[in-house]
Ligand binder design. Structure first.
Ligand SMILES: Nc1nc2c(c(=O)[nH]1)N[C@H]1C(S)=C(S)[C@@H](COP(=O)(O)O)O[C@H]1N2
Ligand SMILES: [Mo]
Length: 353
């Protein structure tokens, strides 16, 4: 297979990969990813926070700055959204040359039921002034990247913060947030790549100039080369993934399947436009899969295709197309940070008679 030919991974990449797990692809079977199987991305250390001591500070360009306790936030009207979240670096390790960061292959995705209050409830109470252009979200975690020391922070344009489905979430899958997923409160921005959904939230600040923090102005950009300031990433590109059929061997995970009728299944999602079509490739020939819409605009859809598997080696693949007509590429355009590589997944199976 293609990926066994790329350069070996460094200790540092392996250390990142073991801190930040992906979702095993067999977990695509669940509508809602069990919390322990949801992918994880933590840049620095998971901060230790006592919920009783925690406060959310809302300030900057607002008329009524606020300091809220967790119970005050949780007393606001609650809503639950089923949301598929994917890391912008998913597919990074399949770019060549690959950038040195979390070496995702395909598994940086998961779908959860997030419960919280609409962000706008908190912003409305603070009275964001009219000349504000963005809200900056700051987490309790602190670290350095390229020698720039900072608290993890990202901003969102004001128009996005007005959406009812953008949440300040305190629950994931019906339970209080786990420490690794941002306890006690995180931002959740459906449709956008995961870096937007700031965990361990401590501050919201309205600003009148574009936020230039590290995670906004340097990270998460499509750069052609090191000198290119690049375009910022926002919404998730279309992607379909397949549950690898049959059984794997250990440790190479080569797949074996008995000949006969097999249902190939998987999920597809897209942040820019709804998923319109999923095709399954069998030895290079594309077939339209059956598509079942997900539990909401930003929850993944399930797809399936019945396949009469004949003995021999077969290459299976799947690709999604969104309502804007964007289809997953065989090879995504290279970029310095290895971002948004939604290349087509391939699974090789040996079918036995
Ligand atoms: N404060 C903070 N928020 C963060 C991060 C982080 O390191 N610190 N990682 C971001 C990235 S890159 C992703 S992909 C998602 C992952 O969320 P999860 O670990 O709950 O799946 O959280 C985002 N929010
Ligand atoms: Mo991410």
């Amino acid at each position: 297979m293609i990926e066994s030919t790329v350069a070996p991974f460094s200790f540092e990449e392996v250390a990142l990969a073991t801190r930040n797990r992906g979702m095993p692809l067999e977990a695509l079977r669940y509508d809602i990813t069990p919390t322990g199987l949801h992918y994880l991305l933590v840049h620095f250390d998971i901060p230790y926070i006592e919920p009783a001591d925690w406060r959310l500070r809302v300030g900057g360009n607002v008329d009524h700055p606020q300091t809220l306790t967790l119970s005050e936030v949780m007393a606001l009207p609650a809503r639950t959204e089923t949301v598929t979240m994917e890391c912008a670096g998913n597919g990074r390790a399949r770019m060549s040359p690959r950038s040195f960061s979390q070496p995702w292959l395909l598994e940086a995705v998961g779908t959860a039921e997030w419960t919280g209050t609409s962000l706008r409830n908190v912003l409305d109470a603070a009275g964001v002034r009219d000349d504000s252009i963005e809200i900056v979200f700051t987490g309790a975690d602190h670290g350095a990247q390229e020698d720039v020391e900072h608290d993890y922070a990202r901003s969102l344009p004001l128009a996005e913060t007005a959406r009812d489905d953008v949440l300040l979430a305190w629950e994931m899958n019906g339970r209080p947030l786990e420490p690794q997923h941002g306890a006690p409160l995180r931002l959740l921005v459906p449709g956008w790549y995961g870096m937007t959904s700031v965990k361990w939230l401590t501050r919201l600040d309205a600003v009148t100039r574009p936020f230039d923090g590290y995670q906004q102005s340097r990270a998460y950009r499509f750069q052609r080369d090191d000198d290119d300031p690049g375009e910022p990433l926002s919404r998730m590109r279309v992607r379909a993934l397949m549950i690898p059929p049959g059984f794997p061997d250990f440790p190479e995970r080569r797949r074996t399947l008995a000949a006969g009728t097999t249902i190939l299944r998987g999920r597809a999602w897209c942040g820019t436009a709804p998923v319109a079509k999923v095709e399954v490739g069998i030895d290079g020939v594309w077939h339209d899969a059956e598509l079942r819409p997900g539990a909401g605009r930003y929850a993944w859809s399930e797809w399936q295709l019945t396949w009469e598997a004949t003995p021999g080696e077969h290459v299976l693949s799947c690709r999604g197309t969104d309502a804007d007509g964007c289809t997953q590429p065989d090879v995504a355009p290279w970029n310095v940070q290895g971002m948004a590589n939604n290349l087509v997944q391939e699974v090789v199976v040996s079918v036995t008679g």
